[in-house]
Design a protein around this ligand. Structure first.
Ligand code: PMP
Length: 427
């Protein structure tokens, strides 16, 4: 049993000593003291089914024994910067990641976070092309440093600091977008941005395959191939931000972009690949990678032995436990059940996503699509009281984000549905 500080004491310290901008989803934030696979445990030993941990960090399950073992064994041997000396952990993980990539994508740069990975990707695109203009999608999220905050296109996440050089294209959002599910129509906006907003040449285009923070928005079919085509004709590189959609989560494919039938020039990732350990990566072709040799590029802890040993163990677990297949089978079942809930509850305006990257948008009026902001908080708190943790997001904060660890079972899904059904019925 846990006998450490209680939630009230931790919360008091947080208010006094930590950033005042920290936020929490629940009326009374939980003190989570243990994690095991798809479960979290609070200070009283109360168990919660975690339907959101997947996105934050955990891909193959909280404290997965194989990953913990790899991390602990490496920490006992040596933890250092990888830049100065050789160590097999970084080389082995890079090789394993490269083997998961299509085309000529095989050179890996390691970072410590998704923000750092995207900052590096944007810089590589600018160096390679000699251009500055980047195109990203409205409603996308790419990070919180100057460049990536520029590429992020939601006012919720933007501070008024210099974020130049990014144009935000129409979001190919099938639910709220002007052109419905016609991907090619949205792609024309990319063409127009290039024609009217740049010299005609651009550095690149960055987008998620399914928008995560933006509320699990699937890009309209046909959009990415058309946009990639347009960007490449203007000399730009195409960057796939796989921080949320990557690493087996969508079930049908290992990488989210594969679901759109495109091959990017640069792929970025973070979060789940470390199963809780901070690590990010940029993968590109040998030719493009060459641009970084024009100067020294240094990242003290990017690719350190402990993080890369953990990342490599994650890839092995995914394979051994067939977790991509599980994401596909159980995720499809869960989506089917969510669609049934939609028939029963008028407040559900949309159910979307793939595998274990699912979204449920709540609206008070299906015609007007009025965001049900207060209602979603109610439902979330009630679900927590019944032992289920779920995420929320979207520009209006009215979308449930269902992104469990990939070991989530069919029984977990059915329990999740029962709990959501009760919470929605009590509204
Ligand atoms: N890209 C995407 C798609 C993300 O969801 C996030 C984090 N929410 C990031 C980049 C930034 O990652 P990090 O928080 O590790 O910097």
């Amino acid at each position: 049993p846990y006998d450490g500080p209680r939630a009230e004491e931790i919360f008091r310290k947080r208010v006094e000593f930590l950033s005042p901008s920290l936020f929490h989803f629940y009326d009374r934030p939980l003190n989570i003291v243990d994690g095991k696979m798809q479960y979290l445990f609070d200070e009283d030993g109360r168990r919660y089914l975690d339907a959101f941990g997947g996105i934050a960090t955990v891909c193959c399950g909280h404290c997965h024994p194989d990953v913990v073992e790899a991390i602990v064994n490496q920490a006992k041997r040596i933890q250092h910067s990888t830049v100065l000396y050789l160590n097999h952990a970084i080389a082995d993980f890079a090789e394993a990641l490269a083997s998961k990539m299509p085309g000529d994508l095989k050179v890996v740069f390691f970072t410590n976070s998704g923000t750092e990975a995207n900052e590096l990707a944007l810089m590589i695109a600018r160096l390679y092309t000699g251009c500055n203009d980047i195109i990203s999608l409205r409603n996308g999220y790419h990070g919180n440093a100057a460049g990536t905050m520029g590429a992020t296109a939601q006012s919720n996440w933007k501070f008024n600091v210099v974020q130049t050089g990014v144009h935000h294209a129409l979001n190919p959002d099938p639910y709220r977008g002007a052109f419905g599910s016609d991907g090619e129509k949205y792609a024309r906006d990319v063409q127009e941005i290039i024609e009217f907003g740049t010299t005609g040449r651009v550095a690149g285009f960055i987008s998620e395959a399914i928008q995560g923070v933006g509320g699990i928005v699937e890009l309209a079919p046909g959009y990415l191939p058309a946009a990639y085509d347009i960007v490449r004709k203007a000399g730009g590189l195409c960057i796939a931000d796989e921080v949320q959609a990557g690493v087996a989560r969508t079930g049908s494919h290992f990488w989210g972009f594969e679901g759109h039938g495109v091959i990017p020039d640069i792929v970025t990732m973070a979060k789940g690949i470390g199963n809780g350990i901070p690590i990010g990566a940029v993968v590109t072709t040998p030719e493009i990678a060459q641009v970084l040799t024009c100067r020294s590029y240094f990242n003290t802890f990017g690719g350190n032995p402990v993080s890369t040993a953990g990342g490599h163990a994650v890839l092995k677990v995914l394979e051994k436990e067939k977790l991509q297949e599980n994401a596909f089978v159980v995720g499809s079942h869960l989506k089917e059940q969510l669609n049934k809930l939609k028939e029963k509850h008028d407040i559900i305006g949309d159910v979307r996503g793939k595998g274990f990257l699912l979204g449920v948008e709540l609206v008070t009026d299906r015609e007007k699509k009025t965001p049900a902001k207060a209602e979603i908080s109610h439902v979330m708190n009630h679900m927590k009281d019944m032992g289920v943790l779920v995420g929320k997001g979207g520009f209006y904060g009215n979308v449930f984000r269902i992104t469990p660890p990939l070991c989530f079972t069919k029984e977990d899904s059915d329990f999740f549905i029962d709990v959501m059904d009760i919470a929605l019925s009590k509204l």
